[in-house]
Design a binder for this molecule. Structure first.
Ligand code: SF4
Ligand code: SF3
Length: 533
């Protein structure tokens, strides 16, 4: 079977994975994911006509999120979603009372997995449009929708939704198949995707703070406590809360991994005394780190990698994450994970360093007077937002070095898993304000935007006129949609690395440079000099 996928930063040879995914996605899974995307477009043609339908909208979000990098590697599950997608399309067609024509509207999947993957081979993103620039912008739009679906999924799990956003999902998916649209139509839709994503990120922020309160600065233990243990990795706070409830009083310590670190800052989660610390680093080190965790391990979202046999038997997935032969928890009963943790030896007492998290916009803006005074007095000369995804490819030590070499009169805001490149370093403080402020997960980009907007308000200028520079790292499609949101907000001069997306053509890149002055990272010295002079 052949495959082509270029949706993430580790696309093979900087162009695309065509034999097997660097992420571990095989050609069958790749074809099935492409097939699911095609089915979602077919469904959207009718859903766009039908208007809001909770079942279809929820499925659309789950389908899109399942195709994000490092989420679902299970061919059988994806095949099941394709079948459900077809059933929902037939339902939408009947309910909307219209019959559309054309190959996308007429889509019908084969009955078995082999047939579905054979069809999927011809639905690859490389077949989106004959014109490579238009194809590039359609891909930006579709990858933006995938990223936005990830945020929406977390918000929906906490009971939030938004009709205008859901209407946009269906409109944009349907539009991606419209042969009458041209380049600037897709540029407009991509910018609108950035706008809608701001709403989604705001919705998710409210969902989190309504459920667990605003994050507060919190010291998190990196060592281990003696006892049985469960490690939770991913991004979903509700899943962590349910696990904390079900493990209460059972003598099990719960640890966060990767993007779950900011959970420690939420009053509604930190109140559980058995949420004891953070273990390990960013996602790409899981194979090495999970070996050293003699407890149960559970993924609630991306980024999962091929598990080795040495920890596969104590590994679980939940929600949309799946790997063949790894036990999957359906729903909210974590008894199997808890029983596994009780069977395993657990960890020994080994206290370690503490790091700070919990600097969401509420916490940072709570000391805004202090921050503004420090800027006015010259104690703080510049802010840097150094954040985004981490990844396995070389070149990412740029971010470590950048943070390390910054002058002492600068403050670093950080978010997402890229922070693990430098979050164990001691940056000190400026008049009591820590120089490194962990705003949260990639899911908390909204908080960073609120901080920037509030600072701009305080200094009566635009965000682009602030002494603030964004040094971003990307890996997957959530980063794509955050960039679209930053473009929608008119934010310029972003430095992006470690490499530029393979799906962006030179002409599309020129457009972005001309309009937003975005630039790839170069060397730490040159970039820092260009910013600080
Ligand atoms: Fe390659 Fe990334 Fe696609 Fe995986 S998601 S197949 S690594 S481009
Ligand atoms: Fe990381 Fe996967 Fe993107 Fe949430 S965990 S930021 S890469």
């Amino acid at each position: 079977m052949s495959m082509f996928c270029n949706q993430c930063e580790q696309a093979a040879n900087g162009t695309g994975c065509n034999i097997v995914g660097v992420c571990g996605k095989n050609p069958e899974v790749s074809a099935l994911q492409d097939h699911l995307m095609y089915g979602l477009k077919s469904l959207a043609l009718y859903a766009d006509k039908l208007g809001r339908n909770a079942e279809i909208d929820r499925f659309t979000i789950e389908g899109l999120f399942s195709t994000v990098t490092n989420v679902d590697f299970d061919a059988t599950r994806i095949g099941g979603m394709i079948k459900l997608c077809f059933d929902l399309k037939e339902k939408a067609k009947a309910a909307a009372g219209v019959t559309l024509s054309g190959s996308v509207a007429d889509w019908k999947p084969a009955d078995d997995l082999a047939g579905m993957s054979a069809q999927g081979e011809s639905y690859s993103l490389s077949s989106l449009h004959a014109n490579e620039d238009i194809r590039s912008v359609i891909e930006i739009l579709l990858l933006g929708l995938k990223g936005m679906a990830a945020y929406m999924d977390h918000a929906m799990i906490l009971g939030k939704t938004d009709d205008e956003v859901m209407a946009f999902f269906q409109k944009a998916l349907a539009a991606s198949t419209d042969a009458n649209l041209g380049l600037m139509d897709y540029v407009g839709l991509s910018m609108e995707c950035g706008k809608q994503n701001l709403t989604v990120m705001g919705l998710l922020n409210t969902a989190h703070t309504d459920a667990y309160g605003h994050p507060v600065p919190t010291a998190v233990q990196l060592g281990t406590k003696e006892g049985k243990a469960i490690l939770v990795t991913g991004h979903d706070l509700k899943m962590l809360e349910e696990l904390l409830k079900q493990t209460e009083g059972k003598g099990i310590n719960v640890y966060t991994h990767g993007e779950m670190l900011p959970a420690h800052g939420y009053p509604g989660l930190k109140k559980y005394s058995h949420l004891v610390g953070n273990f390990g680093g960013a996602w790409q080190d899981q194979a090495k780190e999970f070996l050293d965790f003699p407890g149960a391990i559970i993924f609630n979202t991306n980024c999962i990698q091929k598990p080795s046999d040495s920890y596969k038997d104590r590994l679980y997935t939940w929600g949309l994450v799946a790997w063949p032969d790894v036990k999957h928890v359906d729903g909210w009963d974590f008894s199997d994970v808890i029983n596994k943790a009780l069977e395993l030896p657990g960890l020994s007492e080994n206290p370690g360093q503490e790091i700070l998290t919990g600097f969401g916009h509420n916490a940072v803006l709570g000391v805004a007077d202090k921050v503004i005074a420090a800027v006015k007095s010259g104690d703080i000369k510049h802010f840097f937002l150094i954040g985004g995804c981490d990844g396995a490819k070389s070149g990412r030590n740029y971010y470590t070095e950048f943070a390390e070499k910054l002058p002492k009169d600068t403050v670093i805001l950080t978010l997402a898993c890229g922070k693990y490149r430098f979050n164990k370093m001691d940056f000190g403080d400026i008049g009591g304000i820590p120089r490194l402020l962990d705003v949260g997960q990639c899911n908390d980009a909204y908080s960073a935007i609120q901080i920037a907007v509030a600072l701009a308000g305080a200094f009566e200028c635009g965000v682009n006129d602030l002494p603030l520079s964004m040094i971003l790292s990307w890996y997957e499609q959530k980063a794509v949609v955050i960039l679209l949101t930053l473009f929608h907000l008119g934010i310029k001069n972003i430095k992006l690395g470690p490499s530029l997306p393979a799906f962006i053509t030179p002409n599309v890149l020129n457009f972005l440079v001309e309009n937003f002055n975005i630039a790839p990272i170069t060397t730490v010295e040159a970039d820092m000099k260009a910013i600080l002079g």
